[in-house]
Design a protein around this ligand. Structure first.
Ligand code: CA
Length: 562
């Protein structure tokens, strides 16, 4: 009996010991695995790149935007509070498709060949892009929302992009292209796009591979259609006006003074007027777009010119900000998802836009100019492990630097060289860049908005630009004295030395980036029809052709061709 008890006790002890050892070894394995995963995550963090369309700094609280008390952006502000806010992320060609091509390739438009939206053709899908490099390097990759480049997206395990209205996308019940197949969805685009993104994250989260996700909203692009719940939230409020809302374009008559992007060019559709029910096809488009041509003014009867102009601004800005509100809400959903799934620390999250936007400054809406508002992209990066919370960066960086930076953050080495350079060290607070100038070049003319093609340089203190298509105008702004760019000082003898020096620096940048060519070559790009973004049926016509009429030809004014 005694022996049996002894034997049993020995066996029990042995079993406990064995069990403990097993436990210990499992724990060891788990710790090892966790350490390995952390190491992988540290070296190859997840990346969520959120890009809204036409989102201006002036609409964001964290940038001390004009509307921050009336239309706050708490979720975008949270990113800034927990990360780094860039004050000088600049766009090298401030228009939708071209900026996207610059971001993807890390090269200027004249290198990637995607210059314009209108008649700009399709983006060359044979080109190197950063998502392809991530995919090759063991990242799970996806794209949701706006693509707007015509060709098939490359480098994504999954994509689902807006495929209606020339890939501009619709705000309501949009058609998406999901890995090559069109799917019509029901609901509001900003909410839908976010839901697809979160569903994908949920599907892949347990795989031991990092991810790169591009979440690209259609909002707040024209036609600025808010979610129904936000359609009337500011009806009783008069939104503030920018100080230079009543710009008279003195000294800039042939450039800023000769556009089709003032408040006088907002259409019936922009103003949310109710279209007669019986209209179809071309008639429907013509009705909607009434207002985009000279001498077509949309406003309620009985209003004075000045009242009408303010009325249009109020309608526009309220719709725009309501679209931004949905973008902000949805960024909140993504941040919540990261928090709830333990992904916050290991995920680099970026908020940006394809360019900035005028919100009434100079009396404008839209973008295109080297002027401050379209040139600047909001750019906020959160990565708790490496980026100091509440930090700001004022160095001049460019949209072509984004590709190299993302690859650098992910420690992906590539033999491919881009014109853009990584600014990771600045982002991680490890160095201070000496870059204090950028080169700019815009080509599209006269559609849309009639903005003269121009190239230029923006330094930490000055802007110098040459508008050249069928005018020959130089502009120079001293940004420390004239941040709103109301005084073209090109002929002011006080600045002669500075302007001469800047022209030299501009020339050097053109040479550096291989864009030092005769003006005629630039004009040829503007004049070239590179084709449509998407193939039109033979009965279809571009909106531009419908609204401009078959025989509509752009007419030069007498001051041009000097
Ligand atoms: Ca855009």
């Amino acid at each position: 009996m005694k022996n049996i008890i002894y034997y049993s006790l020995t066996m029990i002890s042995l079993l406990i010991l064995l069990n403990l050892t097993a436990c210990h070894s499992t724990n060891n394995k788990k710790t090892e695995q966790a350490q390995q995963t952390t190491a992988v995550q540290d070296t190859h963090p997840n990346i969520i790149y959120i890009m809204a369309d036409d989102l201006a700094m002036q609409a964001i609280g964290a940038y001390n935007g004009r509307y921050k008390d009336i239309a706050p952006t708490p979720n975008i502000d949270r990113l800034a509070n927990e990360g780094m806010l860039f004050k000088n992320m600049t766009c090298t060609n401030a228009i939708c498709g071209p900026s996207r091509a610059c971001i993807l390739t890390g090269d200027y438009s004249h290198i990637n060949g995607y210059y314009k939206n209108e008649s700009g053709g399709k983006f060359n899908d044979k080109l190197w892009t950063f998502p392809q490099e991530f995919q090759k390097n063991n990242y799970q990759t996806a794209l949701f929302g706006k693509w707007h480049l015509g060709s098939e997206p490359k480098g994504f395990d999954m994509y689902k992009y807006h495929n209606s209205a020339n890939q501009q996308g619709e705000y309501w019940n949009p058609v998406y292209n999901e890995n090559g197949k069109n799917v019509k969805e029901q609901g509001y685009a900003t909410n839908l796009t976010t839901q697809f993104a979160i569903d994908w994250l949920d599907k892949i989260k347990n795989k031991q591979k990092p991810f790169l996700m591009l979440l690209q909203y259609k909002a707040p692009h024209r036609s600025w259609q808010p979610d129904h719940k936000y359609e009337h939230i500011w009806d009783s409020i008069e939104m503030p006006y920018p100080e230079n809302f009543n710009d008279d374009y003195k000294g800039r008559e042939l450039t800023a003074g000769d556009t089709e992007m003032t408040m006088d060019y907002l259409s019936r559709r922009d103003m949310k007027l109710k279209r007669p029910k019986n209209l179809k096809g071309r008639e429907k488009i013509k009705w909607d777009f009434y207002g985009v041509k000279k001498a077509e003014i949309v406003q309620p009867e009985g209003m004075s010119k000045e009242q009408g102009r303010k009325w249009r601004y109020q309608k526009f800005i309220k719709s725009y900000l309501a679209c931004v509100k949905s973008v902000d809400d949805n960024i909140g959903k993504v941040l919540d998802y990261l928090d709830q799934n333990g992904l916050t620390d290991n995920t680099v999250i970026i908020l940006t836009s394809d360019q900035g936007f005028f919100l009434g400054e100079h009396g404008f809406f839209d973008k295109r100019f080297i002027y401050e508002e379209p040139l600047h992209m909001p750019f906020i990066v959160r990565y708790p492990k490496k980026i100091k919370a509440k930090s700001t960066n004022t160095n001049i960086v460019k949209n072509i630097d984004i590709a190299a930076t993302l690859l650098d953050i992910a420690n992906i080495n590539t033999a491919h060289k881009t014109q853009g350079k990584s600014f990771k060290n600045e982002l991680f607070g490890q160095s201070h860049s000496e870059n204090n100038a950028m080169y700019y070049h815009y080509y599209e003319f006269p559609y849309w908005h009639h903005v003269q093609p121009h190239y230029g340089i923006r330094t930490d203190k000055y802007t110098l630009a040459h508008f050249y298509y069928n005018v020959d105008v130089w502009e120079f702004y001293d940004l420390t004295k004239d941040p709103m760019q109301m005084h073209n000082e090109i002929d002011n003898p006080q600045y002669a030395g500075i302007i001469k020096h800047l022209k030299k620096r501009l020339q050097e940048l053109m040479e550096k980036y291989n864009d030092d060519k005769p003006l005629d070559e630039f004009r040829k790009i503007t004049d070239t029809d590179f084709g449509s973004l998407v193939k039109l049926d033979k009965n279809e016509s571009s909106v531009e052709k419908i609204i401009s009429g078959k025989n509509y030809k752009y007419k030069k004014n007498k001051n041009e061709n000097k």
